[in-house]
Every structure is written in C-alpha cells, then in structure tokens.
Write a protein that binds this ligand. Structure first.
Ligand code: PMV
Length: 330
C-alpha cells in the first residue's frame, strides 16, 4: 500500500480548491512514552503506541497560497528554501499527494517558533499545521482523527499534534494504517510545567527517520525496547489518572533513557547527546537527590525538556536561568 492509496481512501471525491490563501496553527508535542521504530516505513506505522504532551503556543503556523509559478515555493521562517533542502523536499513530496492531476503550485510558508531539527519536534507541528491548512484550502471537512492519519504520512509524531494536552497515538493493527491515529486523553494537569533546555540549535547529524530505522534493523535490544515501552504506556496512564508526579516523571525519564540506550546498540551506534546534555542530566539527578521533584525527557537531539510542577517553578528557574518554562494547561 502506498501513501497515495491512503489519501485516496480518506479524501472526499471531487474535492477542489475553495480558497486562495489559508493559514493554520498546530502546537508541537513532546513524547513522554516515545515512538521509536516503524513496522511500515512507507506509511509511518509504528511498532508501538506513544503518549505526548502538546506545547500550546510553541508550534508552527503554516500559510498556503496558490501561485502562478512553474514550481512550488517553500519558505521556512521567512527564508525561501532551495528544493534540495531536506525540509523542502519532505513538504513537496507530501503536497504532491494532494495535487491530483491539477497543475497547481503552492507557496507554503511555515513559521516555527522552536529550533528546527534539534529534536524539538518541529516536523510534528509542521505537518500537523500543513494538513489543517490543506483541509481548509480544499474544503475536505475531515475530522481530527482523519487529519491525524494524514499528518502521520508526513511525520509519525505529527499525528499527535492535532490536539492540545495529553495525546495518545495508538499503533493500530491494520496494514493500511486506518486504525493508527492519535486521540486526546481526558486528563489535564494545570500544575505541570515543562522547561525547554536548549543546549544547541544545530541540525542533528542523523534524522530521527533514519535513526529509528537503523535501530529496528540492527539493534539486538530492539525487542527489549518494545517490551519496556508497552509497560511504560500502561504505567504512565496510571500516573496521569492519579496525578502521581514522581511516578510520571520517573517513567518519562526512564523511557527516554531507554530509547537512547537502545540507539547506542545500533550499528553504527547513534548518540544524540553532547557533553552539555550529560552535564545537565547530572545536574538534574543531583537536584533530585537533594529533594527536588525534577525529571527530564530527551528526543532525537541534544536538548532536554524538564518536567516539574508549579510549586517548584522558582527554584527550577533559578537553577536554569535561561530556560523557557511552559505551562501546557494554562
Ligand atoms: O515523527 P518523527 O519521525 O520526527 O520521529 C519522532 C521521534 C521522537 O521524537 C524521538 C519520539 C516521539 O515519539 O516523538
């Protein structure tokens, strides 16, 4: 099955362009139980379900306009990208799925207010905003579940960026992936705080797409990862339901560490940490030993996202003075 077959199944027949310019916003999301590894690389179907938290006003705004030019224009944070740029290539390949036979070209302007490609899920919010904008431009009237499936075809984690709050992406069982979409979890946690500890905004040297595939094909620890993430998913839901912060933080942190440990067992080994990353982890562990309820998670990049509660805001800010702190439920 190809991406185009999934798109044809989902889109209403005879949908056509209704507007000339549309714009949409989607928040980025941080996984607390990570997605790492695909059972189908064409459709971005995961081996495991995952749970994330969306970051409110940190995300992507995407504007699409119809243009009278020979090719598409892809603009990221006000700079026009050359067609060989990896972000531009991914966007063009994605919108090709929706052009049908019409000879139309678009200008797609994406503004992302987080560092791009530094493991802060910029492709997640980018593709989610893009499918929301396309839904409006083409008047598809698709619901969020259907948009989540479309966003997944762009980037797996984008399937979770259609909602604010805690979101679960269920892996699904079907070969066409029609049951592999995300949905909103009922739990809210107004006291939860997330610190974005940016240690580097340099592009990573291996994409999450390639890194996860290398893990699936070469790590003999991959089955251990799957066992662990399935257990973590159950337990983190329990922690969320009870608002048990220490259990929540412990699971999120240990899930991230297990994902990175699994990556180190691939051939060749993958390591997204910089010395600054390790130093920050050690500082967090020291603070925790001294009694502070502070945990972290890490994605495919050197930066950390700190997890803590409102009651500790002042002390965490003092320890990490330059860090931006977000309150996802406020
Ligand atoms: O959706 P991708 O291909 O950018 O992969 C995301 C991978 C992680 O961010 C590391 C984990 C996750 O669940 O978001």
């Amino acid at each position: 099955m190809k991406k185009q077959d999934v798109v044809n199944k989902l889109l209403p027949k005879n949908s056509s362009i209704q507007k000339k310019i549309v714009s949409a916003y989607a928040p980025t999301n941080i996984a607390l139980c990570k997605y790492w590894g695909k059972r189908n690389t064409e459709l971005n179907l995961p081996f495991n379900s995952s749970i994330s938290i969306s970051l409110g006003n940190k995300g992507a705004t995407t504007k699409i306009s119809l243009i009278d030019e020979k090719e598409d224009q892809i603009v990221l944070n006000e700079k026009e990208l050359v067609k060989t740029n990896s972000f531009a290539k991914k966007i063009i390949e994605f919108i090709d799925l929706f052009r049908a036979d019409q000879k139309i070209n678009f200008c797609i302007e994406t503004n992302i207010n987080i560092p791009v490609a530094a493991g802060l899920a910029s492709s997640a919010c980018g593709f989610a905003a893009l499918v929301k904008a396309l839904n409006e431009l083409m008047n598809w009237n698709l619901d969020k579940q259907e948009l989540s499936i479309l966003a997944r075809l762009g980037s797996g984690s984008a399937s979770r960026s259609l909602w604010d709050g805690f979101v679960e992406w269920q892996r699904g069982e079907q070969a066409d992936g029609m049951d592999s979409y995300a949905f909103l979890l009922a739990e809210q946690w107004p006291e939860l705080r997330i610190g974005l500890l940016i240690l580097s905004d340099q592009e990573k040297n291996i994409s999450s797409r390639d890194a996860m595939q290398q893990t699936v094909t070469t790590s003999s620890f991959y089955s251990c990862w799957l066992e662990k993430v399935n257990k973590d998913l159950k337990e983190i839901k329990h922690a969320l339901a009870k608002h048990d912060f220490n259990l929540f933080g412990e699971i999120a942190e240990s899930n991230a560490l297990a994902m990175h440990a699994t990556m180190q067992t691939t051939l060749p080994a993958i390591n997204y940490c910089m010395p600054e990353t390790m130093a920050a982890m050690q500082k967090i562990w020291r603070l925790r030993q001294a009694g502070l309820d502070l945990y972290f998670t890490q994605d495919a990049g050197p930066n950390l996202k700190l997890l803590f509660l409102k009651k500790d805001n002042a002390i965490v800010q003092k320890q990490f003075p330059d860090m931006e702190i977000l309150a996802p439920f406020v």
